[in-house]
Design a protein around this ligand. Structure first.
Ligand SMILES: C[S@@+](CC[C@H](N)C(=O)[O-])C[C@H]1O[C@@H](n2cnc3c(N)ncnc32)[C@H](O)[C@@H]1O
Length: 281
């Protein structure tokens, strides 16, 4: 992320790896083999970079839920409030202001779900984690946007009403080749809410490329960072970008100059087509 320029992205949409849950198959992955303190420390470094790369008045949409875990000396479950802990991290960054939290209530059926806790007896009900808070922050400052761009980015009155609800309960979870993908509608809504057409969107934990696909469908540019190169095939398939060799694809020459100048990286470092690139770090 250090390769990315200051004050460049209008919006960061992301769902980071959770602590202690999934194996994303890479030795440098955040989360799996970290203590909670190490995990938070590593994420905090990402948030500082994210804030640096945001434009004035740019937005962050951070989707992260809580997880159950067991303390080493206990067989019982405890909940790690990752949502609160990461909210605190963002809130501690001086250039960011909290705008609110959307609660994505996954509508996947819970009827057959395993019942943890003391079932069928009281008193240890483990509260369901089937809701993911999405925290919205803005970077201080103002940005001028041409009227024509604003007009082309309008949302309908129905969308405006629906999107500003604190609870989103009309979006299903998805099955994907990537084990932790979120549904396309999630980043799509956030992109419509918090960016204009032609803006730049960043997802520092790209996974299967969902954010990039939504950005592309909505006429935004995007950059994604993903640690595990095994996911590139899925990203190419989902986003519809083609890789013509192992390091990158041919670029529109006008665009190449712009990206090299603005992003400060060379073609060999990224996977891209005319508008969308996945930077291989
Ligand atoms: C929750 S998933 C993101 C899923 C994504 N929203 C999607 O729809 O496919 C988190 C991703 O972060 C990646 N990751 C883990 N540690 C990372 C790191 N240090 N740098 C970049 N990506 C990392 C994992 O490989 C994983 O693909």
């Amino acid at each position: 992320m250090r390769k990315l320029p200051d004050d460049f992205f209008q919006l960061i949409v992301t769902s980071p790896p959770y602590w202690n849950v999934r194996d994303y198959g890479h030795k440098d992955q955040i989360g799996l083999n970290d203590t909670l303190e190490e995990y938070l420390h590593r994420l905090n470094k990402v948030w500082h970079e994210v804030a640096r790369t945001l434009l004035p008045d740019g937005k962050i949409a951070l989707d992260i839920g809580n997880i159950y875990y067991s303390e080493p000396d206990e067989k019982r479950r405890t909940t790690a409030n990752l949502s609160l802990l990461t909210w605190q991290q963002l809130n501690n960054i001086k250039s960011l202001r909290f705008m609110g939290t959307i609660y994505w209530q996954k509508t996947t059926s819970r009827d057959g779900a395993v019942l943890f806790g003391s079932y069928p007896y009281p008193t240890n009900f483990m509260i369901s984690n089937a809701v993911e808070p999405i925290h919205i922050f803005r970077k201080v400052g103002k940005r001028e946007v041409p009227k024509e761009i604003k007009e082309r980015s309008k949302v309908s009155v129905e969308e405006f009403r629906k999107f500003r609800d604190a609870i989103w309960n009309d979006i299903n979870g998805v099955e994907d080749a990537h084990c932790a993908a979120y549904p396309l509608e999630l980043p799509a809504r956030l992109i419509k809410m918090f960016s204009y057409i032609e803006d730049w969107i960043l997802d520092p934990f790209l996974g299967s490329g969902t954010t990039m696909r939504a950005a592309r469908e909505l006429g935004r540019n995007s950059v994604g960072i993903e640690l595990n190169p095994d996911y590139l095939a899925r990203i190419e398939e989902k986003v519809g970008i083609k890789r013509r060799n192992s390091v990158g694809i041919e670029l529109n020459p006008d665009y190449l100059a712009r990206i090299e100048e603005k992003v400060g990286i060379k073609q060999g470092d990224m996977f891209t087509d005319a508008k969308f690139e996945v930077i291989k770090l």
